[in-house]
Every structure is written in C-alpha cells, then in structure tokens.
Design a protein around this ligand. Sequence first.
Ligand SMILES: [Zn+2]
Length: 109
Amino acid sequence: MTKILRMANKTKLFNDLVQDISKVAKAFAAAQMQAEAICIFTGDRELLECPDCGLLEDVSSDGHLMTYKKSDGTIEDTGLRFQEIDCMHFRCPTCKCIVELNDEESNRE
Ligand SMILES: [Zn+2]
C-alpha cells in the first residue's frame, strides 16, 4: 500500500471515529435532558445545602432529586426545589438565600 493510501485510510478511520463519538455525545445529551425533565438527578453538579436554614438536597433510591431539613430528623421529601439562577447560583425555596456551588466540585460549564 502506498503511503498516500495509508494516509487516506487513517483519515477515513479518524473521521469515522469522530462521527461515532458525535453520535454518542448527542445520544447522551438527549438522555440527560430526558432524565432532567422527569426530575432525575444526573449528577452534573454537587448537591446543595442552604447555609441559612439547613435545607439539603439528596437523591432518593430511585434517582429523583429531593430536599429535606436535617433539623426535622426525617428524610422525607419536602417537595421544595432550589431554583437555579445561573449555573453557579441557586435560590433556597424556604428562606430565599442564594447558595453558590463550590467551584472545585462543579463540572458544569
Ligand atoms: Zn434556606
């Protein structure tokens, strides 16, 4: 095989690989959006805890995001959810305190 043919073959293999990776990335993004739409926590950020009132986020055994207060002594979902202001800041639904994600643990943009 000539050098030019080998290079063309490698280029085709590389392009095929890029196309495959692109398809997987698109499928993953679609699955993540579907999971978020039904309130399944996808682990793309750390769980929140309000420093003022102690409301905590947690993930139930079936993968759904939930909140409870440590001080209540039970782990029953309050039904309340932190409101996303931007990718780093959330508003506590109980006391309206702004909670900031820890930079080091967050993998979001
Ligand atoms: Zn709070």
